[in-house]
Design a protein around this ligand. Structure first.
Ligand code: AMP
Ligand code: ZN
Length: 485
């Protein structure tokens, strides 16, 4: 069964096949680094991470590029408000974003180009668009894309079906040049923005005078620089479909005459109390705030990715409690399968080994994998996963089969955890930590006794621990404690 994903351009589920037959070229609109990412932004990046992991586990290498928007209206405004040079200001928020991404177990992209480091590329693209008659410089020194010159404009967001007229909409002078403008406005948009007073020292020299690129341009210039004029999959939150992605298509295809992204992968919004989570509504959470409430990044990852990517998810703090108990069940099953197969944690979570092992081809885990292949259906996959795990039983002795079969089961499970990016043993995710101090002391003593081959003492201690309601699961490199309840 091939991996297929809904494509917002054709509005249909399409098989994911790389153009070059070898590597999937995947571009994602990255964060605007002017503040901490909120968990809505993080949900979109996490679902992109699940997609990438699933493609890689299916045996297809991915070249994942995710940009950093480090110059736009918001970054300039905020850095000036704080009296910090733009570069320093955005560097701090970029580092914070990297810490959040790592804590949430996101794989780093192959390249993370920043807009300010690719100004030449952007100027080059504007020059080409002017030459081809798709852009014009206004008296102010700003350059605009002429929407009426690009016939397919609106094909992604189906503007024509929504009866929106394109072309210049303001009669009194220049078109709109804010980075973010109202939905359904089909006006010419800025490729280059002439320097304004409030830009301070943020400007670059160009053939049209001092200024800076418009926001949409960076993604066209950088995706094509890193992935080629035509690449496989372009991702982002659904709010970006119009105008951002529509404009990316127009700039790129008008500039090169070639198709731009072959597949559009949009994630639905994270909501809070029925409203989109956003800075302007003031209803946002950051990872830091979630952690301050005592929840782990892994629980947040679980909660944000356990709903389908095309479905809006209404976030609640209760969903994190549910995620914590789900992770606990996964951790127990992983401990049982490790104990049964003799794999230690290092081997169980060794991604290279898992990539070699490949996706589950047989029961009970192949049905979980098939759910992921079918439009990345994470909720159905998790449902199937828990069903498959419940069939396996709760003790290492319950796992049937010869040693290679037990190892296969353990690795099949580990592959699925990796595809979902879930590590139920990540820092802050341990039952042993939850065991009371005296139980942990007894368990340590038993481990020492076992290592010094005092098996009678070790057994007596195991008995005592078990009477207190805890079970010990030995691994090669240590042990886990599970509460019997
Ligand atoms: P930004 O940092 O604003 O450029 O956004 C980064 C990513 O987060 C983009 O792909 C947005 O579409 C996405 N995004 C913004 N708000 C939400 C939300 N409430 N839920 C999910 N994704 C979002
Ligand atoms: Zn973009």
């Amino acid at each position: 069964m091939p991996l297929s994903l809904y494509d917002s351009l054709t509005r249909s589920q399409q098989e994911i096949r790389p153009l070059d037959g070898e590597t999937l070229r995947f571009y994602c609109c990255g964060p605007t680094v002017y503040g901490p990412a909120h968990i809505g932004n993080l949900r979109t990046f996490l679902l992109q991470d699940v997609f990438r992991r699933t493609v890689e586990m299916s045996g297809l290498p991915v070249k994942h590029v995710r940009n950093l928007t480090d110059v736009d209206d918001k970054t300039i405004r905020e850095s000036r408000a704080r009296n910090e040079p733009l570069r320093e200001f955005t560097r701090g928020w970029t580092e914070r974003f990297h810490r959040d991404a790592e804590a949430l177990n996101m794989l780093p992209p192959a390249a993370e180009p920043a807009a300010t480091e690719h100004i030449d590329r952007q100027i080059e693209l504007i020059r080409r668009l002017i030459e081809r008659g798709h852009a014009y410089a206004a008296d102010s020194g700003s350059v605009y894309f002429r929407v009426s010159s690009f016939e397919p404009y609106g094909k992604l967001s189906r503007l024509k079906e929504r009866e929106i007229t394109t072309g210049r909409e303001r009669e009194d002078g220049e078109p709109i040049d804010a980075d973010e403008y109202e939905r359904d406005s089909g006006a010419d948009f800025a490729l280059w923005k002439a320097r304004k007073e409030e830009d301070g020292d943020v400007y670059w020299e160009s053939p049209w005078g001092r200024g800076r690129p418009g926001w949409h341009l960076e993604c066209s210039a950088m995706s094509m620089a890193y992935l080629g004029e035509t690449f496989d999959v372009h991702g982002g939150g659904i709010d970006l479909a119009f105008p951002h992605h529509e404009n990316e298509i127009a700039q790129s295809e008008a500039g090169t005459g070639q198709p731009f992204a072959r597949h559009w992968f949009h994630c639905a919004h994270l909501m809070v109390d029925g409203r989109k989570m956003s800075k302007s509504l003031g209803n946002l959470y950051t990872l830091e705030e979630i952690q301050a409430k005592g929840h782990s990044p892994m629980a947040l990852r679980y909660a944000l990715t356990s709903a389908h990517y095309r479905q809006q998810l209404n976030f609640t703090l209760e969903s994190l409690h549910a995620a914590e108990s789900a992770l606990k069940r996964l951790r127990r099953k992983a401990d049982v399968l490790m104990a049964a197969s003799g794999l230690d944690r290092g081997a169980f979570y060794d991604r290279d080994r898992l990539l070699r092992h490949g996706p589950p081809a047989a029961a009970p885990f192949n049905s979980v994998w098939n759910r992921l292949l079918d439009d990345l259906n994470t909720p159905a996959a998790l449902g199937e996963l828990f069903r498959a795990l419940s069939e396996l039983g709760d003790r290492p002795e319950n796992i049937r089969g010869d040693p290679p079969e037990k190892e296969r089961l353990a690795l099949d499970f580990a592959v699925l955890l990796d595809a979902l990016g879930l590590n139920p043993h990540a820092a802050g995710e341990s039952d042993a930590r939850e065991a009371p101090e005296e139980i942990r002391a007894l368990a340590d003593e038993r481990w020492q006794a076992k290592k010094s081959r005092d098996f009678a003492r070790a057994d007596a201690l195991r008995e005592e621990i078990s009477r207190a309601g805890w079970q010990i699961l030995d691994r090669k490199d240590g042990y886990d404690l599970q509460s019997a309840g």
